[in-house]
Design a binder for this molecule. Structure first.
Ligand code: C5P
Length: 258
């Protein structure tokens, strides 16, 4: 028997917002995370944070108050998207997944370019550990093509053909490997939905509320546009973390999703 994936697409608009805490600073990340409990669906911590602060740092960020035990009341904790993008041989990736499972992430991810066996090893390891721990399995998702790579870059690493075709091909491979979904840009939502169907989870960064600073993002969609295009979760960093009042900013974003 495999562990049940009990992370259905949320119904409340705020639960669809994952806030990117792009900082190595534990105190800053923890303050933002605690303030935003209930205002967002979870926090995203990536390799910058994790490689500096490890498991203890993550625990300090996701727990609701400094006094709570690391395995305290789960309903009061922030849900965790652990964005470490594993990419190695299957045995090593399985080991990496096992090593982060004590953090009970809601979402973890790997690179689809690692191939079928690697992705399957990741999801099998997550299943096995979740069952042993008596918790629901995280959503295991894949990164298809990094949006920082253009077609010249992709050609240079030996990949021919349009990036958009590679994205859909890798999304299909991700699904065939038993994973739950992919991270994708807003403009890829429609093609991947068509290819992979309604249950495949799409987690979408590059989101800007109407009128917000675009910063270094190139092609953005508003939260409402992305959700209506078919995103299950939207990843938003600076429009929330850089706001004078992050909670109000998150609430305004949730209110803008109808
Ligand atoms: O601050 P901002 O809203 O631009 O943050 C977006 C987050 O999503 C960052 O953590 C960024 O690394 C991540 N991301 C992205 N584009 C991708 C993949 C991830 O912006 N294609």
């Amino acid at each position: 028997m495999t562990a049940q994936t009990a992370h259905p697409t949320p119904s409340r608009a705020s639960d669809r917002i994952l806030v990117a805490l792009d900082t190595p600073d534990i105190a800053r990340a923890a303050t933002l995370s605690r303030d935003l409990v209930g205002a967002v669906g979870g926090v995203k911590l990536g390799m910058e944070f994790f490689n500096r602060n490890g498991h203890d740092g993550v625990r300090q960020v996701v727990r609701a108050s400094p006094d709570e035990t690391p395995r305290g009341d789960a309903t009061k904790q922030q849900r965790l998207f652990l964005d470490l993008k594993f990419h190695d041989i299957p045995n090593t990736v399985a080991g990496a997944v096992r090593s982060v499972m004590p953090l009970a992430p809601m979402i973890l991810n790997v690179h689809a370019a690692g191939g079928h066996a690697m992705m399957k090893a990741a999801v099998d390891a997550a299943n096995f550990e979740a069952e042993a721990m008596g918790i629901v399995r995280p959503l295991v998702i894949a990164v298809t093509v990094l949006t920082s790579l253009d077609e010249v870059d992709l050609n240079a690493v030996g990949q021919r053909g349009p990036a958009s075709e590679q994205v859909v091909r890798l999304a299909r491979l991700t699904q065939d490997s038993g994973l739950d979904g992919v991270v994708c840009s807003a403009r890829e939502i429609t093609a991947i939905r068509q290819e992979c169907g309604p249950d495949f989870k799409l987690i979408v960064p590059g989101i800007r509320p109407a009128g917000a600073e675009i910063g270094d993002q190139k092609r953005v969609m508003t939260p409402d546009q992305a959700i209506h295009a078919g995103a299950d979760y939207i990843v938003i960093g600076r429009p929330i973390t850089g706001a004078d009042d992050p909670v109000a900013a998150a609430q305004a974003i949730a209110d803008s999703i109808n």
